[in-house]
Ligand binder design. Structure first.
Ligand code: GDP
Ligand code: ZN
Length: 306
């Protein structure tokens, strides 16, 4: 008969994985308010457990700097680029100008957020560049996305507008940024997290290569509570890499309010298409529908070239 050996002194504590580099982990233990170097106990390794930044683990503090992991909690969600588990908010960043605002880009990023089941906050940066004659156009976009139920935060790192509001939004959350190069992701992080120096853009984005292939994403501690990944997530161009044509319609959340004659309607040529009818009636925005067609074609092009 096998006997279960328990050690009375063993106390399981929980920790958050903040970085993984090969087999080595860095774990933050809230109870101790400090970081530990961690490793998976043999039993876990035998079962092929894989742990990512953002995973909650339980284990034992075995010395002043070491933590042995006995178990991994179930993940709520998982972002594959960068690899982060349990993401609370995907901060989709675009700019009003330089680079110029593109609703197609916004929709591509929102589609990816929806696809991975992440709650997005849409940050429109550089609002200091909104000219007087562009005001109405700017408000049109803000209203459109708010009307769809998205959390929109217009900000300007340059003037400070909206920065405090964004800081509050991200408080206590595990956040990953996403968005094209040059929109101000590093500037935003430097503004909302005192003392942080983000390496965004530097190498991983601008040259398309990783900093070091072995170094994974690291979660940076937000002094206001919460965490931010030091590596930005996808860019809009990633849509065709992840999403299949048949999945695209459900990622445009307002399309779900309309029932087409065919369940698998692509909203392009089918008869009895309630989505196209809603666009005609102005119940679905033309801009959203046009971006849907754009992304659908991008997906088809990629599939055709494979
Ligand atoms: P990233 O590539 O997304 O990380 O973007 P950066 O943070 O490197 O910013 C790109 C450029 O935009 C830099 O020259 C910033 O100084 C500038 N920038 C950032 N925020 C603002 C803003 O609110 N207004 C203006 N006018 N420029 C900004
Ligand atoms: Zn349809």
């Amino acid at each position: 008969m096998s006997e279960v050996i328990t050690n009375e002194d063993t106390k399981l504590v929980e920790g958050l994985v903040t970085c993984r580099a090969g087999a080595k982990l860095e774990v933050w233990v809230p109870e101790k308010q400090r970081f530990y170097t961690a490793f998976l106990r043999g039993r876990l390794r035998m079962h092929g457990a894989v742990v990512y930044a953002g995973d909650w683990v339980e284990g034992e503090v075995i010395s002043g700097f070491e933590f042995a992991v006995d178990g991994v909690r179930e993940r709520r969600n998982f972002l594959p680029k960068p690899r982060v588990a349990n993401v609370d908010r995907l901060m989709v960043v675009v700019s009003w100008d330089e680079p110029v605002f593109s609703n197609t880009t916004v929709d591509g990023l929102l589609v990816l957020a929806e696809y991975f089941g992440l709650s997005p906050v849409l940050v429109i940066n550089k609002v200091d560049l909104v000219r007087v004659r562009q005001k109405r156009k700017f408000e049109h976009w803000v209203d459109l996305y708010r009307g769809l139920g998205y959390d929109v935060v217009p900000i300007s790192v340059a003037s400070g507008e909206g920065v405090e509001k964004l800081r509050e939004r991200l408080c206590g959350q595990l956040v990953v940024l996403a968005g094209p190069s040059g929109v101000g992701k590093s500037s935003i992080l430097n503004a909302i997290i005192p003392g942080v120096c983000l390496r965004v853009g530097e190498v991983s984005e601008k040259t398309g290569r990783g900093r070091h292939t072995t170094t994974e994403v690291r979660l940076l501690q937000n002094p206001n509570g919460g965490w931010v990944a030091d590596t930005p997530g996808f860019q809009k161009v990633d849509v065709p890499l992840w999403v299949e044509a048949r999945n695209l319609p459900r990622l445009y959340r307002e399309f779900g309010d309309f029932r087409c004659q065919f369940n698998d309607c692509s909203h392009t040529v089918e008869p009895g298409c309630a989505v196209r009818e809603a666009v005609e009636k102005g119940e679905i925005s033309k801009e959203r529908f046009n971006s849907y067609i754009f992304w659908l074609n991008q997906i088809k092009e990629l599939r055709a070239s494979k």
